[in-house]
Design a protein around this ligand. Structure first.
Ligand SMILES: [Mg+2]
Length: 239
């Protein structure tokens, strides 16, 4: 039987924040503004708030993209009336796409998994923008390790919905027990695995771990890539 590893992308295999940091620095400097860690923290706060508003249906994605740079550059003292904020957003996404960065240890882990687990197949399951995910996957060379990727934007459904995982399962077309969902997010990855009745491994657990494991019916937890490797080996042996 295939061993189908369904990996979340961001903060599981790739470091989204490291790419974001590089891209923000680039667009700020292109627009003659000094980049500082304080500005980066501020941008993360602005972004987070706007994504929450987007998820609640209060603003469109275009408004989100424009507003995050409007607020950031106004905080720098710029008059944003004459600025092409959508162009800045597009440059930002381009820079992110070209600067994929692995989480520390992720590449060695993948090499070890491919060498050690018979019939292993690696897939990416990610919520987000297709251009951003595909670009970063290509930039890191993660492409060489994966069979396919499932990006919510292209599918029209997102984790943790049952529909999202149903498409993944129907595409791969293997028995349910051949899958393990590995990710850092309780509300998208672990809840998605629970909704789809799949084995799950919570990567980099935090907070009340015991309580979360019960609530989300989590099968395994891994606090490092070494832990995760041991779990993949252990789980593989059960198939
Ligand atoms: Mg994640």
């Amino acid at each position: 039987m295939h061993r189908n590893l369904l990996f979340d992308l961001d903060q599981t295999l790739l470091d989204f924040h490291a790419s974001e940091h590089v891209a923000l620095k680039a667009v700020m400097e292109m627009n003659s503004q000094a980049f500082t860690e304080e500005r980066y923290d501020s941008f993360k706060q602005i972004n987070k708030q706007l994504w929450l508003e987007f998820e609640k249906g209060m603003i469109s994605k275009a408004e989100l993209f424009e507003t995050r740079f409007k607020i950031l550059f106004e905080e720098c003292g710029c008059n944003t009336n004459g600025m092409d904020l959508m162009k800045i957003n597009s440059d930002f996404i381009d820079y992110m796409s070209q600067n994929g960065i692995f989480m520390d240890g992720a590449l060695d882990f993948l090499k070890k998994v491919v060498d050690s687990v018979p019939n292993v197949r690696i897939y990416i399951i990610t919520n987000g923008a297709t251009r951003n995910a595909k670009g970063r996957i290509a930039a890191t060379g993660l492409n060489d390790y994966i069979c396919d990727l499932f990006v919510s934007e292209s599918m029209g459904v997102s984790k943790p919905s049952y529909e999202y995982f149903d498409i993944v399962k129907k595409t791969i077309n293997d028995p349910d027990k051949s899958y393990i969902v590995i990710g850092d997010s309780l509300t998208s990855d672990m809840l998605g695995a629970k909704n789809a009745d799949l084995t799950s491994c919570w990567f980099m657990p935090e907070g009340d771990v015991k309580e979360a494991m019960k609530e989300y019916e989590i099968d395994y937890i891994a606090s490092s890539f070494d832990d995760l490797f041991d779990i993949v080996i252990k789980w593989s042996a059960t198939l």
